[in-house]
Design a binder for this molecule. Structure first.
Ligand SMILES: NC(=O)c1ccc[n+]([C@@H]2O[C@H](COP(=O)([O-])OP(=O)(O)OC[C@H]3O[C@@H](n4cnc5c(N)ncnc54)[C@H](OP(=O)(O)O)[C@@H]3O)[C@@H](O)[C@H]2O)c1
Length: 324
């Protein structure tokens, strides 16, 4: 089969089209003839710095849509030929990918294969950030970093649907503001956000901050919280040292900090992730959320998708077309 792998860490140019063995599903797994693969920022971090890469060479890719090709031992409730969306542990930049059945989902009603490939990572993540972990209440205010990207686009929609009092976004360039405003954001700040947030909230700060960046941005997010506010950390896009937070930051205003990682949850609490994902997919079926595909590349040009996302000019979701 065709696949795209890297044999060393580096820029998009290290992604190489190769011929690889078709993977067979192990017990509790299925293999999938891939229609589309979703591109995630985590794929860029894997390629550039080895994020969650067990060994080289490595075929990146965390989510696919397609048709079940083969069932592993003990798999019930799924059938060969069935259309599914799936979260994978790498290996999705390929014509055939393998996934454990707890993260394989029959296509939600009314969702086609192209849309389905946008869902497995971003949608449960955004749902967890707003609801399960972030616990946004009607009337509360929320601030989302990376507001025009994959997670940010869905988070804006979900926050608005949850009855947020105001949804604020942060992006790195003015060109992304319009996209975020089309997806639930009331105000979008370009770059610096601390003073604008204070101004927009009459000095109070926001109830919930969603932070995929870390470092100084996380610190500024903490400083932007209202009394009893919550910050959810869900990434380290800025590649800063891991953050630590303690009494001096938490006590004065009774704030809290939590975290979320869909890939870790898939390992530590797969049944919880499945429940969360099903709740999240229901938001697509009922029309609350749609995630626009803003660019599509053939599998062989995965480097093109990485270049686009890596230059911080992409909005919405990027896909690789494999067998569509
Ligand atoms: N914890 C989880 O379970 C989980 C799951 C999915 C994604 N994530 C994280 O969520 C974020 C968005 O992921 P995505 O796949 O949907 O990608 P994306 O948002 O479509 O694209 C990457 C985003 O990262 C921002 N960015 C890029 N380089 C950056 C840098 N050096 N410093 C700060 N921001 C930078 C960009 O926003 P601006 O250029 O506008 O700042 C852009 O929105 C990533 O950090 C990813 O690791 C976490």
């Amino acid at each position: 089969m065709r696949a795209v792998e890297f044999q060393e860490y580096g820029g998009p140019e290290v992604l190489r089209a190769v011929t690889a063995e078709v993977p067979e599903p192990g017990p509790g797994q299925v293999s999938i003839d891939v229609a589309y693969t979703g591109v995630n920022f985590a794929d860029l971090k894997a390629r550039a710095e080895g994020y969650r890469v067990p060994r080289l060479p490595y075929v990146p890719g965390l989510e696919v849509s397609g048709r079940i090709r083969a069932l592993g031992a003990g798999v019930t409730g799924l059938a060969v030929g069935q259309e599914v969306a799936a979260l994978t542990e790498g290996g999705a930049y390929a014509e055939v990918a393998v996934a454990g059945t707890t993260t394989v989902f029959p296509l939600p009603a009314g969702v086609d294969l192209r849309t389905a490939a946008t869902l497995p990572t971003v949608l449960p993540t955004a749902y967890a950030l707003i609801h399960t972990v972030g616990r946004l209440q009607p009337g509360e205010t929320v601030l989302v970093q990376g507001a025009a990207g994959g997670v940010g686009t869905v988070a804006g929609r979900l926050a608005r649907a949850a009855g947020a009092g105001a949804v604020y976004g942060v992006v790195s360039s003015a060109a992304k503001v319009a996209h975020a405003k089309e997806h639930g954001y009331d105000e979008v700040f370009v770059g610096a956000f601390q003073d604008p947030v204070r101004q927009a909230t009459g000095g109070r700060g926001v109830d919930l901050v969603l932070d995929p960046v870390g470092g100084e941005t996380l610190r500024a997010g903490l400083a932007s919280l209202a009394p009893f506010g919550r910050l959810v950390s869900f990434g380290n896009a800025g590649s800063a040292e891991p953050w630590t937070v303690g009494q001096p930051e938490l006590y004065p205003l009774g704030i809290s900090v939590s975290g979320f990682s869909i890939l870790t949850l898939a390992r530590t609490a797969p049944a919880e992730l499945r429940r969360l994902s099903e709740q999240a997919f229901a938001k697509v079926v009922d029309g609350t959320v749609s995630l626009p595909v803003t660019a599509e590349f053939p599998l062989a040009d995965a480097a093109g998708a990485h270049r686009l996302m890596g230059t911080r000019t992409s909005t919405g979701k990027l896909l690789l077309r494999v067998h569509a």
